[in-house]
Write a protein that binds this ligand. Structure first.
Ligand code: NAP
Length: 469
């Protein structure tokens, strides 16, 4: 967003960052083996291709370097205020400005407020009975304790999602024993990761068209995967067969294979992509426990069958608070309406970007814009493009604010929810894409080209445009 603002000649903006460095999720998630399961040549900005990616699926440090590079190259550093957390913001209708408060009590105001806080920012740690009394070490995968050495330890891992499958193979090589507490099984497909050969990198560096074509090929290959996300689709059936075949290749013990076989349609939860997770599960020092956790004792974890296991360390790979979006920020719109209350039954927005009653507030990676099949960078670039055009409209017409009409927003969300009904996400499984009541608030309902089409330019007829008074 910052880069596009600068490119459009708008330099009067500040980026608030609660952390002390850029990178967001790629700064927070530094656990061993952290990397991206979207090919790197697509998981980068369209305007800043990187011919130097070292491998098909880069690890966290390389992605962090790329983001640092972008921030410096495009002159963003002087616009960023690090270690500054916004506690809340309320819209001042008379002045047409957002009044913001930081957590240290500082007050600021701006005509336009853009949120880019992500969907996977606040770690979720389950409230397990007795956890406070555990005498060993505990930490969450997104807050990895790098000062703590797991060598020779008895380690418990709670959760087996995208984060766990990346670090379990790494810690299994050093820990004495790793016990994974799995609540539900996931579909895992191979990643086919490898380092790029020097000649391949040479081509990427010297033949821009080849780089562009390679990126386009990855995009369309991933885009086609969406066919597998329609309920009961033939592609979905093939994907499931492929995933179960892959499981069979690694796990010969029928009892373990059964425990690792999901009981819901493929795609309902995020499909996991890994070359080494199953390999690590068949190591002699790795155990998968599917009995539910009853509670935590002083020295370990007790499962509902009464078995107690001792641990030195418990690692929570239990995901994030995904459905509360802008929380804990307190956002107040026109007439003092409170976003947290309006979103109590599930967050929604117009195109995932604007909210009726919250003028000049724009969300990046907002409700119903997450993907299960393609690169989120593509979606964010669509949103940035949309927001920029709205800001330019505000400036061009000297508007006080623009506010999406309630009917337009409701109609849009009815369409999204109807489309989601036809996808695997709406099938019977628990996932971070849904609220407790089962409403899918996180995922986009279709192909990403469809989203691009809808967001390529704003339909200002859907907005109330209020002139400066
Ligand atoms: P996650 O997918 O939400 O997985 C959380 C895990 O913790 C699940 O296995 C869940 O079980 C389990 N869990 C949660 N509460 C529990 C409890 N009370 N007791 C027992 N188990 C519990 O979180 P994540 O692995 O951190 O990944 C989140 C998302 O981050 C991913 O889906 C992905 O979008 C993103 N991510 C991406 C990459 C990448 O390569 N691009 C890598 C890592 C993460 P249930 O399944 O039963 O709920």
């Amino acid at each position: 967003m910052g880069i596009r603002l600068l490119k459009a000649g708008i330099s009067s903006f500040i980026i608030f960052e609660k952390s002390d460095r850029v990178g967001g999720t790629w700064y927070d998630n530094s656990y061993p083996g952290a990397g991206c399961d979207v090919p790197s040549h697509l998981y980068c900005y369209s305007f800043e291709p990187n011919p130097n990616w070292s491998r098909k699926f880069s690890l966290q440090l390389e992605i962090q370097d790329y983001l640092d590079h972008c921030a410096v190259k495009y002159g963003l550093m002087k616009h960023i205020r690090f270690r500054t957390e916004i506690a809340g913001a309320s819209f001042d209708e008379g002045q047409g400005v957002w009044r913001m408060r930081t957590t240290t009590g500082e007050e600021l105001c701006a005509h336009v407020l853009v949120s880019a806080t992500g969907q996977l920012n606040r770690p979720h740690v389950p409230k397990l009975l007795g956890l406070d009394c555990f005498e060993g070490t505990t930490f969450h995968s997104a807050r990895w304790n790098h000062d703590h050495d797991l060598a020779g330890e008895n380690v418990a891992v709670v959760g087996n999602g995208a984060s766990a499958i990346q670090f379990v193979p790494c810690i299994a090589r050093v820990a004495r024993k790793v016990t994974i507490f799995q609540r539900s099984a996931n579909y895992v497909v191979p990643r086919f990761d490898r380092a790029y050969k020097p000649w391949e990198r040479w081509i990427f560096q010297n033949v821009p068209l080849a780089l562009w074509l390679y990126r386009a090929t990855i995009y369309w290959r991933l885009e086609a995967r969406f066919f597998g996300f329609f309920r009961d689709s033939w592609v979905g059936k093939k994907l499931r067969e492929g995933a179960l075949k892959y499981l069979g290749q690694w796990v010969s013990d029928p009892a373990l294979a059964e425990r690792l076989t999901p009981d819901y349609p493929i795609g309902c939860k995020r499909i996991l992509i890994s070359d080494d997770y199953y390999e690590s599960l068949v190591r002699p020092n790795v155990e998968v426990v599917t009995e539910p956790i009853a509670g935590v004792a002083r020295r370990g974890i007790v499962t509902e069958d009464g078995i107690s296991r001792s641990f030195d360390t418990i690692i929570f790979a239990t995901g994030f608070e995904t459905t509360s979006f802008l929380a804990p920020m307190q956002i107040e719109g026109l007439g003092g309406r409170k976003l947290a209350e309006e979103w109590r039954t599930g967050a929604e927005a117009y195109l995932g970007v604007t909210l009726s009653g919250y003028p000049n507030l724009f969300l990046l990676y907002g409700p119903n814009t997450n993907l299960g099949h393609n690169s989120i960078i593509f979606m964010i670039e669509c949103q940035v493009n949309y927001v920029l055009q709205c800001i330019q409209q505000l400036m061009r017409q000297g508007l006080s604010y623009l506010d999406v009409r309630r009917e337009a927003m409701d109609q849009y969300n009815q369409h999204v929810q109807r489309a989601i009904e036809k996808t695997a996400w709406a099938a019977g499984c628990h996932s971070w894409y849904k609220t407790e009541s089962g409403k899918v608030t996180n995922n986009w309902s279709g192909f990403t080209v469809e989203y691009w089409w809808k967001t390529r330019q704003p339909d200002f007829g859907a907005y109330e445009l209020v002139p400066r008074g």
